[in-house]
Design a protein around this ligand. Structure first.
Ligand SMILES: [Fe+2]
Length: 135
C-alpha cells in the first residue's frame, strides 16, 4: 500500500537509481536478502519493487567507480530474522553499526532491531524494524 493514504499531503519517493557494476547480481542480492522479487528490465533499469510504492532501479555503471550510498529499509519485525538468516546463508557479514565495527551483531535502536551490511558494490544497506526517532 502506498503511503499516500496514510499521509495524503506527502510527497513520496517513487524510485531512485542504484548504481551497480552488475545490475543483475546486485538487484538479485538485495531481493534475496529482503525477500523481494527482481522485476522485468525497464530500459537500462532493473527494478526491485519494495512493495510500498518505491522502486529501486538498478543501473549498470561500468565506466566509472561507484560511489557507495546508504540505503535504509524499514522492515516488518517478523521478517527480520529471515533476512539475517539469508545474509548468513550467502556468507555476507552483518554489523550492529554503520561503520561495520561490530560484526555478527545486531543493534536494538529505538526499541527495535537493526543491522548493516554491504551489497556487492559496497553500498551500505541497513535493515531496521523501528524508524529512527528524530528530534
Ligand atoms: Fe541509516
Amino acid at each position: 500500500m502506498s503511503n499516500a493514504r496514510q499521509y495524503p499531503n506527502a510527497v513520496e519517493l517513487n524510485h531512485t537509481v542504484v548504481h551497480a557494476r552488475d545490475r543483475g547480481l546486485s538487484a538479485e542480492f538485495l531481493a534475496v536478502v529482503l525477500g523481494l522479487e527482481v522485476g522485468a528490465p525497464f530500459g537500462p533499469f532493473l527494478p526491485v519493487d519494495l512493495g510500498n510504492g518505491v522502486t529501486l532501479d538498478y543501473y549498470a555503471m561500468t565506466d566509472e567507480p561507484i560511489q557507495p550510498q546508504h540505503y535504509a529499509f524499514l522492515v516488518p519485525e517478523e521478517r527480520f530474522e529471515g533476512m539475517i538468516a539469508r545474509l548468513e546463508a550467502v556468507g555476507v557479514t552483518y554489523y550492529a553499526d554503520p561503520h561495520h565495527t561490530e560484526p555478527g551483531r545486531i543493534n536494538r535502536l529505538f526499541g527495535g532491531r537493526g543491522a548493516y551490511f554491504a551489497d556487492p558494490d559496497g553500498h551500505n544497506m541497513e535493515i531496521m524494524t523501528r524508524p529512527y526517532v528524530r528530534p
